[in-house]
Unconditional design. Structure first.
Length: 319
């Protein structure tokens, strides 16, 4: 990004409807961020004087969008500072969509479409609290996602879309040539749990890797789920990705930028990251293709020492 949002440098004495600053001179539309006379953060899109718009007000719990006819501008307002970081990400996403556009009709459509897509992330969702094992499993998936982003910087949106674990699909990451199943364990354990006959079943035309993330509880120097999410968020920003793909996946887990902090008592350090190729001959696995139809909901453990011959050099380059 060629700009920084410096909210602390903007003030509104209450006499102006909004006090704002241009986001970037390289942005073709006139896009400002500012403070309303109610001391709320906002994003303002000024339209051409000859452009006529019939835009209905949208008022949500933590966001509002309305057309101010006197300014010929669309004003998107944040009503709750608890969502300030998420609002910054929404601004970045809108900027990415419209910064190089010069036709008002297209700009307005992209602005409103992006707002509607993001508005669901600003809702107060009920959240079923995760167990420590579930937190640990998610930590491992986020670790792998971050490694994938850093290893495949040219196609970040496809990588974000490849994360299917939150959607309860058979494999945690799905690509055109290979899938990745993530297993996260404490270093004191020497086995991984296979929780269904589909988990190690590969598509006929591609491979299946198992990434085993071993970690320790580390309450002094470890990272929390929130730390992991913030690190991935920064990488998405650095590589100009679509934040909404990541937030959509987190929302499937009923996680928001606010409630994820309830897991700050769990802190982990990754000790090892190993990969095993399940397509090598004689890899020990039970899949639905090999089982009698009467058997279902199968669960079993794989001893890591016994499958060491199937370990391969770790690589997260999937392009």
């Amino acid at each position: 990004m060629d700009y920084v949002l410096s909210w602390q440098n903007i003030d509104n004495d209450g006499n102006s409807f909004v006090s704002g600053k241009r986001i970037s001179t390289s942005c073709l539309p006139e896009l400002d961020y500012g403070i309303t006379n109610n001391k709320q953060r906002c994003l303002i899109l000024y339209l051409s004087k000859n452009f006529s718009a019939d835009i209905k007000e949208i008022d949500k719990l933590h966001l509002s969008l309305k057309f101010v006819k006197s300014q010929n501008a669309i004003v998107l307002t944040l009503k709750d500072l608890m969502f300030s970081n998420l609002f910054d990400d929404l601004i970045h996403s809108i900027y990415k969509e419209i910064h190089d556009k010069n036709e008002d009709k297209i700009i307005v459509q992209l602005f409103i479409t992006t707002f509607l897509k993001w508005s669901e992330f600003f809702e107060d969702n009920t959240h079923s609290k995760m167990t420590k094992n579930e937190v640990q499993g998610l930590f491992g998936e986020l670790h792998v996602l971050h490694q994938l982003i850093k290893s495949n910087v040219g196609n970040i949106d496809a990588l974000l879309s490849s994360w299917r674990g939150p959607y309860k699909e058979p494999h945690d990451f799905v690509f055109s040539k290979v899938d990745i199943e993530v297993k996260t364990i404490q270093t004191s354990k020497n086995s991984i749990s296979i929780t269904s006959e589909q988990q190690l079943e590969n598509h006929p035309d591609k491979g299946l890797l198992v990434s085993v993330i071993s970690l320790n509880d580390d309450y002094l120097q470890g990272l929390t789920l929130k730390n992991k999410v913030e690190n991935i968020r920064q990488s998405i920003l650095d590589f100009h990705g679509d934040y909404s793909l990541f937030y959509k996946a987190l929302s499937e887990l009923e996680l928001t930028s606010q409630n994820i902090a309830i897991y700050n008592n769990f802190k982990f350090t990754v000790i090892s990251d190993r990969q095993f190729n399940t397509q090598i001959d004689n890899f020990p696995k039970l899949t639905s293709k090999e089982l009698p139809k009467a058997i279902s909901k199968l669960k079993y453990n794989l001893n890591l020492e016994q499958i060491s011959e199937f370990e391969i050099e770790r690589s997260y380059c999937v392009s």
